[in-house]
Write a protein that binds this ligand. Structure first.
Ligand code: PMP
Length: 416
């Protein structure tokens, strides 16, 4: 390209040199700049300067109630969990510096997998460095060339990325639609391998999948079933095993994917299964093999937390009370919610558009409340949401305080 035509190309692309691989992000850069020019605080750049408890932090110099974390069971400050982490840090050092299949399996990794097998009453448990990697690894490895993955269109990004990483045919169906799911399964050629991928709780709207019916349909067509229970572990089901347990179909689910980054209160991911050949995954699953294992302190906190969650019946009951009160209270105030009735610990408040969403987010922050501002592509149907996720450590009084904050902010912004 001549100097002149290079200059012309630069001028056309608004200052960026021709061939700048960042130009594809110009739209999102503009949207972000517009948003920041309206409000003083960046909804995607909040810093927790000090964390006081599972439900309170100092954010932008303000004492803030946290209503936008995945700390459902409030385990992050549990004294036993913290003690286990400190002890492991002292005893085993700060990191493993290696893969699980080489030098990265310590006693703590074996113990956290034992805790998971006990928690789920399943034969096999395999721990990954994140839940994202668990989906990426399991989905891309078990469904190969010539196989079919049938999945809900509102699946989490890690599920989609697992599909993209593998070689299977990917067939999405309309969210939670039994008929659509069956139609896709019926069309798959006879004899092809089939994996149905579902979630227990869908994290954007907080709605639950009709797993009982869906698992029955999958089995009718000879498909294996994977359920991501990231947002239900520890909370939903008599033993906190998730929606599959709650709906009585856990024995028909082939793989449960979960994470340590929500109810467990640390970081890490896992898959549990009763499949007799499951252990081979440790040798063939690339996001398990080709990455470093979790630090000893992390697996120690996870194992302690998981064992305590087994006994978490009272906390589960209180979290349900909190979720029902917040859902009912917001509905009575006139907010549009993601579900008609409370189905999980996530209550999604639907905003008319991104501008109102950002204004409401900021008004709540000024009240001393942190919630998640969620927008496409994370949200379905182009929605802007203020996502509230409750914690078993929120007191009943705190929930009332939160409702008062929503009422004042909603009126100030003109949403109710
Ligand atoms: N699955 C679902 C449904 C999730 O919501 C998330 C995280 N938000 C993950 C998987 C990934 O979990 P992790 O944070 O452990 O990577």
């Amino acid at each position: 390209m001549s100097e002149q035509s290079a200059k012309a190309a630069t001028a056309e692309s608004g200052g960026a040199p021709a061939g700048d691989l960042f130009s594809k992000f110009d739209g999102i850069i503009q949207t972000r700049e517009n948003l920041l020019s309206q409000g003083a605080e960046d909804p995607f750049g909040l810093v927790m300067e000090k964390v006081l408890s599972p439900t309170r932090a100092i954010c932008n110099g303000r004492d803030t109630i946290l209503l936008g974390t995945y700390n459902y069971m409030g385990m992050t400050f549990d004294p036993d969990v913290i003690a286990a982490g400190k002890e492991a840090l002292e005893k085993y050092g700060s990191g493993t510096t290696g893969s699980r299949v080489l030098n990265g399996t310590y006693q703590g990794h074996v113990e956290v997998e034992a805790a998971l097998r006990e928690f789920y009453a399943m034969d096999h448990a395999m721990v990954f460095s994140t839940g994202y990697q668990a989906n990426l690894g399991i989905i891309s490895t078990i469904a190969g060339k010539g196989d079919y993955i049938v999945l809900d269109i509102d699946s989490h990004a890690s599920i989609w990325d697992g599909c993209a990483m593998g070689n299977a045919e990917v067939v999405p169906f309309r969210h939670n639609d039994l008929e659509a799911m069956e139609k896709r399964l019926r069309r798959i050629p006879e004899g092809a391998g089939k994996l149905v991928v579902l979630e227990g709780v869908y994290s954007m709207l907080g709605d639950v999948a009709p797993l009982k019916e869906m698992v029955a349909i999958a089995k009718k067509y000879g498909a294996m079933v994977l359920v991501d229970e990231a947002h239900s572990m520890g909370f939903i089901g008599p033993n906190g095993r998730g929606v599959a347990e709650e709906q009585g179909v856990i024995d028909d689910v082939d793989f449960i994917i979960g994470t340590f980054s929500k109810s467990v209160g640390t970081v890490g991911g896992f898959c549990v299964s009763n499949h007799p050949k499951f252990e081979i995954m440790r040798l063939v699953c690339r996001p398990y093999v080709f990455t470093a294992s979790l630090p000893p302190s992390v697996v120690a906190t996870a194992a302690t937390s998981i064992r305590k969650l087994i006994q978490g019946g009272d906390k589960r009951a209180h979290l349900w009370e909190n979720s029902k009160r917040l859902h009912g209270g917001l509905k009575d105030l006139g907010f549009a919610l993601g579900t008609d009735h409370p189905q999980s610990a996530i209550v999604a408040v639907i905003m008319p558009d991104l501008e109102h969403g950002a204004a409401m987010w900021e008004a709540l922050l000024h009240e001393g409340l942190y919630v998640n501002l969620a927008r496409p592509p994370a949200t379905p149907a182009g929605m802007t949401l203020l996502r509230c996720s409750l914690c078993a450590e929120h007191s009943a009084e705190e929930v009332e305080t939160i409702l008062g904050m929503f009422e004042r902010a909603g009126k100030a912004v003109g949403i109710i």
